[in-house]
Design a protein around this ligand. Structure first.
Ligand code: CP
Length: 346
């Protein structure tokens, strides 16, 4: 892929060599995320960060990634705070915001909306999640995390992954499945209620690419013999009403006892977050917070590296980053970079 000036809308745009290129740039971003160095390579550039749906980590990490490259961030959060609530079209919004920005990251509740927006944009647009459809930067950070956790240095092969939860509406598992389908001999175990199973066209794509797919609603069976277990939240915002989501909430839960009983030792535990920690859901229990295989906060840290790499590549400065490097002159004692224990830790 020619990254420079390209909209990043779907994992379908990527080939394995594009992923390798992105990961090589992401690796080089580590001194900046660790505050060992700073770079001003994007000094003067503006990110339009448009989030028309709730977000914590995608919105903030896109913003931090741009800031860490020396650029500035202008945010719109919430449709109600945008002229879209007055009937303005995506076309007009894109024409306006792309006149103010060098690049745009956008989340929107409707599938296909980011692609529609990008057609009117004069600058590159990155899909930060379009309804139940796709979340490409999440899939890229997830694969980057899988490789780091399993100490895989090149393309993944023979990976065994269980995806658990709402596989119908969960855009992260849609994008991650499509990304993994680029590789060889992946074994997918898809654990969900039948009503929330992975869309048939994605399963067909995985099978056509020669992968193995096992679909089940039995979590205990599904957890056996994987390298990675990837949990997801019931996407209540996609259901017609709360009561319908309640039917599925809490059906699949992973905690220390279930992990020890059913997962292979060292199975990597992942979740795109947010995890629903309310008692009636609690799909990923706090009693795993100190477990060495719990990768969820390494995923969120890796998100900044991947998003920095996406900006550097799409804005054509990937080879310029180090040339604009400076010393960090504020206090960055590494002891404080360790995560403190969380409330409720055992
Ligand atoms: N993983 C993810 O998309 O999280 P946010 O909804 O907080 O951005």
């Amino acid at each position: 892929m020619q990254f420079t000036g390209t909209h990043i809308l779907s994992i379908g745009q990527f080939e394995s060599q594009d992923v390798e290129r992105l990961f090589e740039v992401a690796d080089r971003m580590e001194p900046y995320t660790k505050r060992e160095k700073r770079t001003r390579v994007l000094d003067g550039a503006i990110l339009g960060n448009l989030f028309f749906e709730p977000s914590t980590r995608t919105r903030v990490s896109f913003g931090c990634a741009f800031n860490l490259l020396g650029g500035h961030v202008r945010e719109t959060t919430d449709i109600k705070a945008s002229a879209i609530s007055k009937g303005e079209s995506l076309y007009d919004t894109a024409r306006v915001i792309s006149g103010y920005s060098d690049i745009i990251a956008m989340r929107h509740p409707v599938a296909g909306s980011v692609e529609e927006f990008s057609r009117a944009s004069r600058v590159p647009v990155i899909n930060a999640g379009d309804g139940p459809s796709e979340h490409p930067s999440q899939a890229l950070l997830d694969l980057y995390t899988i490789r780091k956790e399993l100490k895989i240095t090149g393309p993944v092969e023979n990976l065994r992954i269980a995806m658990v939860g709402d596989l119908k509406y969960g855009r992260t598992v849609h994008s991650l499945s499509k990304l993994l389908s680029l590789y060889r001999n992946i074994h997918f175990t898809l654990v969900s209620p039948k009503e929330l199973s992975m869309p048939g066209e994605i399963v067909d794509q995985l099978l056509a690419a020669g992968h193995t797919v096992c679909q089940t609603d039995n979590m205990q069976q599904g957890l056996q013999n994987n390298d990675t277990v990837y949990l997801t939240r019931i996407q209540e915002e996609r259901f017609a009403n709360q009561q319908e989501a309640d039917i599925y909430r809490g059906r699949f839960r992973l905690n220390q006892s279930i992990y020890t009983q059913h997962c292979k030792p060292n199975t990597v535990i992942m979740h795109p977050l947010p995890r629903d920690s309310r008692a009636e859901a609690n799909e990923l229990d706090n009693d795993l917070n100190q477990h060495p295989s719990l990768a969820i906060f390494r995923q969120t840290d890796n998100g900044v590296l991947i998003r920095m790499a996406l900006f550097a590549l799409t804005l054509g400065v990937a080879e310029e980053v180090e040339k604009h490097t400076e010393e960090v002159h504020w206090y960055t004692d590494k002891r404080f970079r360790k995560l403190p224990p969380m409330t409720g830790d055992q």
